[in-house]
Write a protein that binds this ligand. Structure first.
Ligand code: FMN
Length: 154
């Protein structure tokens, strides 16, 4: 068992791609690309995502106490790349509207889930953000899938 072998194994797991967005009480926008979004519970509806401890965005997600999980559609690869790169303003040129809590709901997604943060749990070199789903916006299209370190349209 080595870190490289672990990465090789997990590259074989195909995953949907999401951009998780938030706005801090001070009004700062943050967002990052994630394959770690998972459904946890139906009653009540709970989701979680994992964020690296050394992420530039982690302080914003801790402060915000809420987020939107934007599930990307096939054709939104550029959006995924924009939110995975170190840029001053990841929201430049990005179409979005605000959730009731002020978090960005990106345009053209397959689905966007407005969540309030219930728990933040340590997990190795990541933190788990567990959120209660408060509202849902559905779009249409095919799924964007990340598998073997590449994008695929389902
Ligand atoms: C397809 C894809 C999936 C990713 N999934 C995650 C994830 O689930 N958790 C995470 O912390 N980083 C993930 N990343 C990396 C982050 O998007 C990236 O490291 C981060 O946005 C860097 O900026 P930050 O310091 O603001 O986090 C993923 C990147 C890509 C391209």
């Amino acid at each position: 068992m080595t870190p490289e072998l672990y990465k090789q194994a997990m590259r074989r797991l195909g995953s949907g791609v999401s951009v998780i967005t938030t706005r801090t009480p001070a009004g700062q926008l943050a967002g990052f690309t994630a394959t770690s979004l998972v459904s946890v519970s139906l009653e009540p509806p709970l989701v979680l995502f994992c964020l690296r401890l050394d992420s530039n965005s982690i302080a914003a997600f801790r402060e915000a106490r809420g987020f939107v999980a934007n599930i990307l559609a096939a054709g939104q690869e550029a959006l995924s790349e924009q939110f995975a790169q170190l840029e001053d303003d990841r929201f430049r040129g990005v179409a979005f509207r605000e959730s009731g809590a002020g978090h960005p709901i990106l345009a053209g997604t397959l689905a966007s889930l407005e969540c309030s943060t219930r728990q933040v749990l340590p997990a190795g070199d990541h933190e788990l953000f567990l959120g209660a789903v408060e509202a849902i916006h559905l779009g249409t299209g095919r799924a964007l899938i990340y598998w073997d370190a590449r994008y695929h349209a389902l």
